[in-house]
Design a protein around this ligand. Sequence first.
Ligand SMILES: [Zn+2]
Length: 323
Amino acid sequence: MKITRHPILTILCALAMVSCGASRSGSATDSAALPAASDYTPAFNADSAYSYVKSQVDMGPRVPNTPAHRRASAWLADELRRHGASVTLQPMQLKAFDGTLLDAVNVFGQFNPGAERRILLLAHYDCRPWADNDPDPDKHTLPVDGANDGASGVGVILELARLMGQQAPDCGVDILFADAEDWGNSGDDSSWALGTRYFAGNPPVADYAPDEAILLDMVGAPDAVFPHEIYSLQNAPGLVSGIWATAASLGLEDRFISQPGGAINDDHVELLKAGIPAVDIIDLRPEGGFPDRWHTTSDNMEGISAQTLGDVGRVIETYIRTR
Ligand SMILES: [Zn+2]
């Protein structure tokens, strides 16, 4: 993903919020069995999420067209099935900005597939082929481990999948492990998020239209902070306020900062363009920009904190269970 200077999405119309939450507030009977966020005790296991991150990194860089990438997609599908999700693989051949043909595959899973109200959780699982932000220019041609940039969001979502398997959610919960997010060119906004763009244009389920989508990206650094990403705030303000209010109810207002951050060209933009309210929970520093390890050879397990993974996981779990 990259930081965008110009808010390209301001032309999007205000998107109607027809979420689990909206339905809840519209019906006293629907909401009767659901606890308030302040009464819910999350079960999210941060160590489990950490081990899910490490399992990915141990495979090696999950760069498209490599054996590690193929192992990762198969493993993600197996894990979702193991937790009881209905899994659909979406293979696709994508053309990257540099002309490379990527043998890519989105991994899509559904819990409670018959439910009408649905929330989509997503993270990209591919790794950037080049550590082109590394302080050492000699390392710019090396792939990144993607412990934070990719694996952290996937790890949190896999732990959430484990919990959904233990206790089915009231609303439908879908999971997209998106491919080919990070084979992009900083001068070309359209070169990123290729897998999610394909997913939005070719839904694996007929008439697929989740009510809300939550993207997790770089959610593992010890000192991570999550301000309101600008495209999310402009196009899905109700979803942003709901998630940040949930974080505040858990005492995490210093992690989930209620102030605007940068505008990020990331997977959620493709969903917003398709009319799906979507939020990007992404580590954006007050001084501007991403964490130091971003797109460097230092994006490894040394930069991952179970505490941060746990904070993010508890917020999303509580949000899902109380909406
Ligand atoms: Zn990246």
